[in-house]
Ligand binder design. Sequence first.
Ligand code: ADP
Length: 238
Amino acid sequence: MSFLAIEHAVKQFGGLRAVDDVSFSLKRGEIVGLLGPNGSGKTTLINLISGALPASAGTITLNGQQLTGLRRDKIARCGVARTFQLVRILPSLTLIENVKIPAVFGHKAHWGAAAERVAKDALAMVGLSERATMSAGDLTYIDQKRLELARALAAEPELLLLDEWLAGLNPTELEEGIKLISELRDSGLTILMVEHIIDAVRALCPRVVVMNSGKLIADEQTDKALTDPAVVTAYLGE
Ligand code: ADP
C-alpha cells in the first residue's frame, strides 16, 4: 500500500491551475525529489499536502487517512512536517523554545520532560545543542535553516516535506546538509523534497517526480528523468 497517495490533486488560483490533476504516491521510507522549473507548482503542491492551502479538488491520504479537508494543525498531528523556502523560525525565542513548541503541538504531542527530551534530541540531530539557550534571531542563515529543520523533526513526523532546504548553502554546508538528509532517510523517515541542486537530488533521491505548468510530466528513476526529453524541454523553456 502507498504511504502518501496524491490522487488528482488540483489547486486553482482564479484562472490559473497551479496544480493540475497531479497523482503520484510514496512508499513508507521512500525519499523522492520534486522537480520542475520555477512556477511549475511545486510549492503549491507542498502547501496542499501540509494543509497550508486547501485543495480545489482531488484527495491526499497518508497511511490511508484522508488529509484533504483537514486543518493544518490536524495534518501536523497526522505526522506531516515541513520546512519553508523562506525560513520560518521564532527569532525572539531561544533555540530550545523554538523546538519545544512543535514537540508539544506536533505528531506525538509530548508534554513536560518528554517534550524537553524530544526538543533536545531535535537540536542535537542538526548540530545545534550547544546553542540551545541562544536567541534564534542571532543565528546565521545556515543555522536558521538547521533550526527550522529541527522544528520539523521535533514534531516527530512520519512524512517530511522539504522546500529547497539545501538552497543558499556553501559547498561545505551543502555536503553537511546532504549527509544530514541521508541520515534522516536512513532512520526510515519518508521524505518529499523540492530541490534544484541536481547533484543533491542524485545523491539522495533514487526517484523523482517532475512538474511543469501544474502538471506531472515525469515519475521515474532520477537518472532516467534527467535525460527524459519532456523534462529537458521543460527546463530549457525556463
Ligand atoms: P514553484 O514552487 O514550482 O516555483 P509555485 O507553486 O510557487 O511554483 O507557483 C505555481 C504557480 O501558482 C505560479 O504561477 C504562481 O505565480 C502561482 N501561485 C502560487 N501561489 C499563489 C497564490 N497564493 N495566489 C495566486 N497564484 C499563486
